[in-house]
Design a protein. Structure first.
Length: 95
């Protein structure tokens, strides 16, 4: 889920509390949400933690693998688990 969707689902007073739990302000969180500011790595970790992984650092930073290379195997596992499986006896094209 992206940050905008997550924050939109929270009442206004909870958005402020969420930002404080993440170590920032609601205003800065809005700037990150709208792409006005880059999400700092420490903020990305806190957003992921405080949202219960509803918003992940991979969604907040396009360069996440440069900062958290240990997550690349985890991310690949998640993609593999999410890939649709062909019904028994059916061969799936590699294209």
């Amino acid at each position: 889920m992206d940050l905008r969707t997550y924050l939109s689902g929270l009442p206004a007073d909870e958005r402020e509390a969420f930002a404080v739990k993440c170590g920032t302000t609601a205003g800065h969180m809005r700037n990150v949400m709208y792409g006005q500011k880059t999400c700092a790595t420490d903020l990305a970790v806190q957003v992921e933690k405080q949202s219960g992984r509803a918003v992940t650092r991979q969604e907040l930073r396009s360069d996440w693998a440069d900062h958290w290379p240990e997550l690349t195997a985890f991310d690949a596992d998640l993609r593999e688990q999410a890939a649709p499986v062909a019904p028994a006896g059916e061969v799936r094209d590699a294209a």
